[in-house]
Design a protein around this ligand. Structure first.
Ligand code: UD1
Length: 390
């Protein structure tokens, strides 16, 4: 049999890449004609920000690690270019695959373009139209040099068409992050024992904050956490703290945060500060939350799938289907408005909480996006016919 093996080099770097790449690697491994290989740039490197996700998502150890670590955007991007730029000619992949919008995504995309390796971008076309967001630059650049652009929602495909991307390069396939979520829900809904903390018994709020525009200024962070403290007068707020935010909290001075002791149940009102959460813990908390407050991108999508009300503490979203779907509201960054909106959701007194009860997931958010993507990748590679015989 003339078996042919296509080398597909996937590149990840930061926490939100990991739940997106996991279902794609699992799917690629089903096919004898594909040889998936994984590079971890090391943009995120702590066990809590990376290793635990490899364990819980059953990701294979990376074939290559670049160890770039923390630094400025310029440093991170430049080091991905330099180190991956040395690796790629040795590996000679038939295709490179990147997910999301972090600095490692854009760095890897530029390496693929310079090395003239076909590039697939999963989660293409999302646009906040806010070029002050570092991720927006990463999205625009990555999409500009991609050969296959896989979108999660129809608005993303429309953005790409408007920017002049040829229609045949764009495939609306659904959301690989939801593929991982569907799997995780099977686990967390069958037993709380797999999670370290288990969700609190009554109503509670989950909070995440890490965007530089929200956490880097001590005054802004202080005002936001004071607003959250007001919301937390009646309910527990679970706040797993990103390392970037942790460093800034230390600069702000005394803030009304309760330190979780690592084992007891969170049942009292107040803001409970926790270390960064594992994937399964976080999914289990979101799944039963009365409300999620976040400045993340992916969490807007996960709450949409779960039908959990989400208030996005930002001025814009690149994921409009989460808003039109009725689960997410972009509330800006005024702490007073945040308090009003959160209290309304908790009283079940807004459109947001009413619509959420009737929710269906957005089109193609069905747990099978990675299957659609890998089908298209195989067709693309077979048409090019560049595989090496094994
Ligand atoms: C990055 C992504 C952002 C994504 C976020 C998810 C870019 C431009 N930003 O932001 O889109 O939403 O990841 O977390 O790529 N740190 C640790 N341990 C780690 C990693 C980071 O302590 O394992 C600390 C370092 O002090 C570092 C800071 O966190 O300086 C921020 O990390 P960085 O990778 O620069 O950006 P994020 O804010 O995590």
């Amino acid at each position: 049999m003339n078996q042919r093996t296509y080398r597909i080099l996937s590149v990840v770097g930061a926490r939100p890449n990991l739940m997106k790449i996991a279902p794609l690697i699992t799917e690629m491994r089903r096919f004898d004609d594909l040889c998936p290989m994984l590079v971890h740039t090391g943009q995120h490197y702590d066990y809590a920000m990376s290793g635990v996700f490899f364990d819980q998502l059953r990701l294979p150890e990376p074939d290559y690690t670049l160890g770039i670590g923390s630094g400025t955007h310029h440093y991170q991007t430049a080091e991905v270019l330099r180190r991956l730029g040395e690796l790629v000619p040795q590996v000679e992949p038939d295709l490179m695959l990147v997910v999301g919008d972090v600095n490692s995504t854009m760095g890897a995309a530029l390496v693929a373009a310079k090395e003239r390796i076909p590039l697939a971008h999963v989660e293409a076309g999302l646009r906040s139209s806010d070029r002050t967001m570092p991720e927006e630059i990463n999205r625009v650049v990555t999409d500009a040099v991609s050969d296959l652009l896989f979108t999660t929602e129809e608005a993303a495909s429309a953005n790409l068409l408007r920017e002049g991307v040829a229609a045949e390069k764009i495939s609306f396939v659904g959301n690989v992050m939801i593929d991982s979520l569907v799997e995780a829900l099977r686990v967390v809904r069958s037993s709380d024992a797999v999670t370290q903390t288990g969700p609190p018994p009554g109503g509670y709020v989950v909070l995440t904050l890490h965007r530089p525009s929200n956490v880097d200024s001590p005054e802004r962070l202080r005002a936001t956490l004071d607003a959250i403290a007001e919301i937390a007068r009646d309910v527990p707020v679970i706040f797993p703290v990103h390392p970037r935010t942790e460093a800034k909290i230390a600069e702000v001075g005394s803030i009304p945060l309760k330190a979780w002791d690592g084992c007891s149940a969170i049942s009292q009102s107040g803001i409970w500060k926790l270390p960064p959460a594992s994937y399964l813990d976080f999914v289990s908390w979101m799944d039963r939350a009365a409300l999620v407050i976040t400045d993340s991108g992916g969490i807007q999508e996960e709450t949409t799938y779960l039908g959990v009300p989400c208030l996005t503490f930002r001025d814009s979203t690149e994921r409009p289907v989460t808003v039109t779907h009725g689960t997410n509201r972009v509330v800006g960054t005024d702490p007073v408005r945040l308090i009003q909106e959160a209290k309304a959701v908790l009283r079940r007194g807004t459109d947001l909480s009413r619509r959420v009860r009737e929710h269906q997931p957005p089109p193609l958010w069905d747990g099978h996006a990675s299957r659609r993507i890998v089908d298209i990748l195989r067709s693309f590679l077979n048409e090019r016919g560049s595989a090496r015989p094994t």
